[in-house]
Design a protein around this ligand. Structure first.
Ligand code: ADP
Ligand code: MG
Length: 388
């Protein structure tokens, strides 16, 4: 089903049925973060992989001066004047594509009239970054109409700005970066300080099994903001003693030993997570490089419990999803991925065991919570591109 040619012709047919025109089609993947949580805005390291769930954006020019945006997922259409696009959000899903248009217009590009049809099999709002996928696919589609293009890292920054400045979600750069720059069969160790990156191979016999807890406890997003403020508080305390520390990226566990007493207890714990997570993320890339599965699993477990106990961004369901996976055949490592408080866990699993692993994990979780989890068998996939 996820053969790009099949996806392309299905979306072409949907586009034709809705708009009666022939589209150019662009795909941008969702992502799973293997390790490195809440490190991006501390200018640290993350290691996501693009997955083979994607958002497709079909686009064709219009002659009536309108921008018409349709979501196949919501079966809903919005119509705007290309010459008078909204400058602020309305809280509707169309904020995501409109945010991209707003940022591109701010770069001096003239937005033409067009029809845009969005379809996605990235589960929406589950922590696999359907938001970055809709932004990046929309950006590629619109840029192609204009005849403009940007290098992947620049495209990612523009889409991040759409989400930060227009939609109003204070996310880091990771989601858009991996959606724009992912590589098939690889994870990407990204240095969020300067956006330099290294690819780390994911062997063909390792599957990414993503288990959706189907719960999301922090609907307001207020927790993200408070965690971020605590991380910044900790960095500011260390900077009083070591002015060269601008972000927790620059701090060490030794700094915490010495000056942690000057922070709020929350800031100290959050900082311990972020500083140790940076070390684990770099170590995990090296473990992937060496094919050291045992070390990778150990680092993922440590990362999960640091995220749960020090960052306090897990929940009963996510902790259970990780625990229930531990003794299943084929598990290499498991942890909660994404912003926290629910969403998905990522499990690296020996591919030969992946299907059975998924089935048994699902049964166990359902027996515990009476919730049927969605479990996705994924592979690391290519970043955003045109589907020819
Ligand atoms: P995540 O990025 O983890 O999936 P977010 O809350 O950041 O969760 O983004 C999800 C939101 O993005 C949806 O609620 C919707 O507003 C928008 N979105 C994503 N994909 C689509 C789509 N295919 N059609 C319409 N809106 C979408
Ligand atoms: Mg998102």
């Amino acid at each position: 089903m996820r053969d790009p040619q099949v996806l392309r012709s299905l979306h072409q047919a949907r586009f034709g049925a809705h708009f009666g025109a022939e589209p150019a089609i662009f795909a941008a993947p969702g992502r799973v973060n293997l390790i490195g949580e809440h490190t991006d805005y501390a200018e640290g390291f993350v290691m996501p992989a693009a997955i083979d769930f994607a958002t497709l954006a079909g686009v064709s020019p219009r002659a009536d001066g309108k921008v018409v945006i349709y979501s196949e997922n919501y079966k809903e259409e919005r119509v705007f004047e290309a010459a008078a696009l909204p400058k602020t959000k309305t809280g509707h899903w169309s904020d995501y594509p409109l945010g991209v248009l707003s940022v591109l217009a701010g770069e001096g590009l003239a937005i033409p009239a067009f029809s845009l049809s969005i379809w996605s099999d990235v589960p929406l709002g589950s922590g696999l970054s359907s938001s970055a996928a809709i932004e990046v696919s929309t950006a590629l589609a619109v840029l192609s109409l204009i005849g403009a293009s940007y290098p992947g890292p620049v495209l990612a920054r523009l889409c991040q700005r759409a989400e930060n400045e227009f939609v109003g979600a204070s996310s880091g750069i990771m989601d858009q970066f991996i959606s724009a720059n992912g590589k098939k069969d690889h994870a990407l160790l990204l240095d969020c300080r300067d956006l330099s990156y290294k690819l780390a191979p994911i062997p063909a016999d390792v599957a990414l099994v993503i288990a959706n807890t189907m719960v999301k406890h922090a609907v307001t997003g207020g927790e993200y903001t408070s965690r971020r403020a605590q991380v910044e508080e900790a960095a500011a305390v260390i900077a009083r003693h070591r002015p060269e520390v601008k972000f927790l990226r620059d701090a060490t566990l030794d700094d915490l030993e010495r000056w942690g007493g000057e922070m709020s207890p929350e800031a100290l714990k959050r900082a311990r997570h972020v500083i140790s997570e940076n070390l684990r993320t770099v170590a995990a890339a090296e473990a992937l490089e060496r094919g050291d599965r045992e070390e990778l699993g150990r680092l993922m477990a440590e990362a999960h419990w640091s995220y749960s106990r020090d960052f306090e961004a897990s929940c009963v369901e996510a902790d259970a999803m990780v625990e229930l996976a531990q003794d299943l055949p084929g598990l290499i490592g498991a942890r909660l991925t994404g912003g926290g408080f629910g969403g998905c866990t990522v499990n690296l699993v020996d591919a030969a065991h992946a299907a059975e692993f998924a089935a048994r994990l699902g049964e166990r979780y359902q027996a515990r919570f009476a919730i049927r989890p969605e479990i996705y068998l994924c592979h690391a996939s290519e970043g955003a591109r045109k589907l020819d």
